[in-house]
Design a protein around this ligand. Structure first.
Ligand code: SF4
Length: 740
């Protein structure tokens, strides 16, 4: 027996809890996974998904070797060499025949949790030479990035609640008790929310469902789906009308306050009450409470993003916090300082690139290189995109058939592709349509570094993840796959490409400090891969040893020696130094956003007189989008893919608890089990996404047999958009319902 403990984070969700893995390397067996109580950030917290990395590692359905579809539709294992050649040849041939933009690329969420994917996906994106990039961002958080990009100059400069010092936490459209915080990595968040209450503060949830977070809140307010922008404008209206504006330090570098005052004038608590469902007096009281608590903050998440006015709602959250002087202040919304130096002061960023690429079907612009996820289905479809349709596709770590709008149409579109390459661990509802699948080594088989979490955590920190097992014979890590594929596409030597990338990074990070680039490179580990890039950035970063300039500073060796995370302290003031806007000022009333206010006004009557029901999603403790449903310990138990319906709506539509309902939207229909529940706002029903397994040709035995569920995205209409950011409207979908 050669078992020992390995320290890393759980790479399943943004919380990135510190864990300890007891494993026998010789036997290649995980014996136990538990929360790391010595981790200074997560303090031992884990959720039931913490063992998912073990589940994926052991899953007999996980792909271990490249597979290629044969002429009769079967799969055959092939060598990596043959696989790379096949991919490069097919992509090259099709781009030559139809043009570079015949190729579409989709990047899924899990790639954000693998440092190799994050630091090497640029190789793929550059080598594929196509502007047709889709990702999960415009199905999730893009309005947040868009607002930060407009206000602060850089999308990744995200405001994060300073939960540990806050005394009033207003949470819209988020369920942190289940998610452990999203764009707010806060493992063990329940205790932190309780702590706000214990120190005399308030926790208020605004949501169309009485969620698990609402259950422990001091107050829960039902709000109509998609109407958050009306509510937030009304808060701003009260703040102006009652003289509660306190810009504080931001007054010196913030413009546009008077324009916001004018825009907010029409959205009074009384005039918005019918649209939101919130009484005017309640809205007024919330505004006063926010202003009356010195350490208050307003936070919004998925329910405020993936809606018709996602950008306005995200921006108004920024606006309200700024008007109340709650940005960049202790207890308010603060801005993390990544140890790898991504948010250090720098030159102004170029203006947002609206286009120049536009989709074939609807001429929707790419925004800073991202195309709307809602355009994905129609871009695959000859009827809508014609000769300019996507004919070849590269998908990494994603399952858009289950996670993007119009899933059924996507499935049909994928079937019509001339070539599809998937980089994925599973033969799932999307990758079954591929011609070639390249599986990468699972998380436990490579080192990791919590890169993204540095920008979203409620406390500055840095965490290293130990490799538990060597990759199995014949397995490659994601960074190796990306690098080799890029080399084949370019007819280049992968090592030369890698060296060039290292040189560019060293010039960027070390050059800025006036360090000799060759000297810096000579001091880095000779081992190829993402960790030497991490080492470079860490040592050049704000806490780094700067290759000797700051001998007590951080380096990778010190980080590894801690066997987990290093706490870098509470969030600190960063403004105005980190502003990257052209004038290094904040323009609250930028037209890229404010032009959408006219659309909000025009739609108000429809919100006041809603017809039919509205469908929203919900996050569940044992789900993470679609990709953990093949793990027995996370799928057993009662059916979780149910439709929550308020008792009044159930009676009105003849539905019974445990019975079945037929649900119809403009784009699709499905049948699902009903759960009658008082946790729903009347007029609103809820269905979780990520289900809909059981398709022929998939290799997901547990998901297909045990918990297939239904695909909520069959109902997600791909036409309506949050116009400024191009984000999908996945919440607040009009649906009709009847007993099945
Ligand atoms: S909350 Fe759960 S899934 Fe998320 S990182 Fe922690 S243990 Fe993993």
């Amino acid at each position: 027996m050669t078992a020992r403990w390995f320290h890393r984070s759980c790479s399943i969700c943004e919380a990135s809890c510190g864990i300890r893995v007891l494993a026998d390397r010789e036997e290649r067996k995980v014996l136990r996974i538990e929360g790391n109580s010595d981790d200074p950030i997560s303090l031992g917290h884990i959720c039931p998904k913490a063992t998912a990395m073990q589940g994926v590692y052991e899953d007999p359905d996980r792909l271990r070797k490249p597979i290629r579809k044969t002429a009769n539709g079967d799969w055959e294992e092939i060598s990596w060499d043959a696989a790379f050649d096949h991919a490069a040849t097919r992509i090259g041939t099709l781009q030559e025949r139809y043009g570079n933009d015949t190729l579409g690329v989709y990047i899924g969420n899990p790639s954000g949790f693998d440092v190799g994917c994050l630091l090497y996906n640029r190789f793929i994106l550059e080598s594929l030479r196509t502007p047709r990039l889709f990702s999960a961002a415009t199905m999730d958080h893009f309005p947040k990035l868009f607002s930060s990009r407009v206000l602060f100059g850089k999308g990744s400069i995200l405001p994060i609640p300073d939960l540990d010092r806050c005394d009033y936490f207003l949470c819209l459209g988020g369920n942190p008790v289940v998610s452990q915080g999203s764009l707010m990595s806060a493992p063990g968040v329940r205790k932190k929310l309780r702590a706000i209450q214990n120190r005399g503060g308030r926790f208020v949830v605004v949501d169309p469902r009485r969620s698990e977070s609402a259950e422990i809140a001091d107050e829960h307010l039902f709000i109509r789906p998609s109407s958050d922008a009306y509510f937030l404008f009304a808060l701003a209206n009260v703040i102006f009308e009652e003289g509660l504006v306190r810009l504080g330090r931001f007054e010196a570098f913030t413009d546009g306050v008077d324009e916001i005052r004018e825009l907010a004038r029409e959205f009074t608590p009384a005039s918005t009450a019918a649209a939101t469902g919130l009484p005017a007096e309640t809205t007024r009281r919330i505004a006063r409470e926010l202003a009356g608590h010195p350490n208050a903050c307003v936070y919004g998440r998925i329910g405020t993003c993936t809606v018709e006015f996602g950008t306005l709602a995200s921006w108004l959250i920024d606006v309200v916090n700024i008007l109340l002087g709650r940005y960049d202040e202790v207890g308010g919304m603060m801005f993390p300082r990544p140890a790898t130096g991504q948010h250090e002061p720098g030159n102004p960023m170029p203006p947002i690139a609206m286009g120049p690429y536009r989709t074939a079907a609807r001429a929707l612009p790419s925004i800073d290189g991202h195309l709307p996820a809602s355009a994905f289905a129609e871009e695959l479809d000859a009827e809508s995109a014609g000769e300019k349709r996507v004919r070849a596709l590269v998908i990494t770590c994603g399952n858009p058939v289950l996670s993007m709008p119009a899933g059924d149409r996507i499935s049909r579109g994928l079937e019509g592709l001339e070539f599809m390459l998937a980089v994925d661990l599973y033969l799932n509802e999307t990758t079954r349509h591929a011609d070639l699948i390249l599986p990468t080594a699972p998380q436990l088989e490579h080192e990791n570094f919590d890169f993204l979490c540095q920008s979203t955590a409620i406390r500055n920190h840095v965490r290293y993840g130990e490799q538990v097992f060597e990759p199995e014979a014949g397995e490659l890590c994601a960074w190796q796959v990306y690098l080799e594929l890029a080399a084949r596409l370019n007819g280049a030597d992968p090592e030369a490409l890698d060296d060039l990338n290292l040189m560019q990074n060293a010039t960027r990070f070390a050059g800025k400090l006036g360090l000799d680039v060759d000297h810096v490179i000579a001091q880095l580990s000779p081992e190829r891969g993402p960790m030497r890039l991490v080492e470079l950035q860490l040592r050049c970063g704000p806490y780094g040893d700067r290759f000797g300039q700051n001998p007590d500073g951080l380096n990778l060796e010190k980080l590894k020696a801690t066997r987990g995370a290093i706490d870098l302290g509470p969030l600190e003031r960063r403004f105005p130094d980190i502003l990257r806007t052209p004038k290094r000022r904040i323009n609250l009333a930028d037209e890229l956003i404010t032009t959408d206010v006219a659309r909000l006004s025009a739609r108000q009557k429809d919100f006041e007189n809603p017809t039919g029901l509205r469908l929203i999603g919900r996050r569940q403790l044992r789900n993470m989008n679609s990709w953990l449903h093949n793990l027995p310990h996370l799928t057993r138990g009662k059916n979780r893919c149910t439709l929550l319906v308020h008792p009044e709506d159930a009676t009105a539509h003849g539905l019974s608890h445990g019975g079945r309902a037929r649900l119809r939207s403009r784009v699709g229909q499905l049948e699902v089990e009903v759960e009658v529940s008082g946790e729903m706002m009347p007029g609103v029903v809820s269905l979780p996404h990520g289900f809909g397994h059981g398709a022929s040709g998939t290799r997901l035995r547990v998901a297909n047999d045990g918990a297939p569920g239904v695909n909520a995205n069959t109902l997600t209409d791909d036409h309506p958009l949050d116009v400024p950011s191009g984000t999908s409207v996945a919440n607040g979908i009009p649906v009709e319902i009847e007993a099945a």
